[in-house]
Design a protein around this ligand. Structure first.
Ligand code: FMN
Length: 178
């Protein structure tokens, strides 16, 4: 069958990992932004990137403090993920409004989100300005894992971690194929 040819667009890229990124302002006040444009960029050194639009409140915080935490949510947190992606830290304290708990990090000043089972502390190595979004390239400087999501061999258990992805504006859990 002949495929339809569409205009170049990100709308046909699916699914997306969805994470909550924590960051802080100059006074150390924390904020959370939901990010779907996130990805592993390098294994050695371990690098994870996030694409942030300059109009986001979080943008200047991450640009100025040069650090952020990638917090990986479990599916029970989906409403809070949605809240942090639809409200701005300019006018809301998202930790307070969602009831999420800031937890002291190991290496950087930005707090982790305690309720997320995995947290990657990142230091900004580079920023690439591309247009509507800039990529913050973050070196992972510490990793936190809730032992309750690990199986007996120490690997992340899918059912315990309960990951989900973004697809067509919704959030979806995963089914094993193989
Ligand atoms: C599922 C989802 C994914 C999102 N992904 C991104 C993203 O990758 N980059 C971005 O700049 N904004 C993204 N957003 C929008 C921001 O999370 C949203 O504008 C947020 O309110 C910004 O918060 P802030 O102003 O406190 O920084 C996403 C929103 C949702 C709901």
């Amino acid at each position: 069958m002949q495929k339809l040819l569409k205009k170049p667009s990100i709308n046909y890229f699916y699914p997306s990992s969805i994470v909550m990124v924590s960051c802080i302002d100059k006074e150390g006040r924390p904020n959370i932004i939901t990010i779907g444009a996130v990805g592993i960029m390098c294994a050695k050194p371990p690098i994870v990137g996030i694409a942030v639009a300059p109009e986001r409140y979080s943008y200047s915080l991450i640009e100025e403090q040069k650090e952020y935490v990638v917090n990986i949510p479990s599916s029970d947190l989906v409403k809070k993920v949605d809240y942090c992606g639809t409200h701005s830290g300019r006018d809301k304290d998202k930790f307070k409004e969602t009831g999420l708990t800031p937890q002291k990090a190991e290496v950087i000043k930005t707090p982790l989100i305690k309720e997320c089972p995995v947290n990657l502390e990142c230091k900004v190595k580079d920023i690439i300005h591309l247009g509507s979004h800039s990529w913050f390239i973050g070196k992972i400087v510490a990793v936190h894992v809730n032992p309750e999501i690990l199986d007996e061999r120490g690997n992340i258990d899918k059912d315990l971690a309960s990951p989900f992805v973004g697809f067509q504006g919704g959030f979806w859990k995963l089914d094993k194929l193989k």
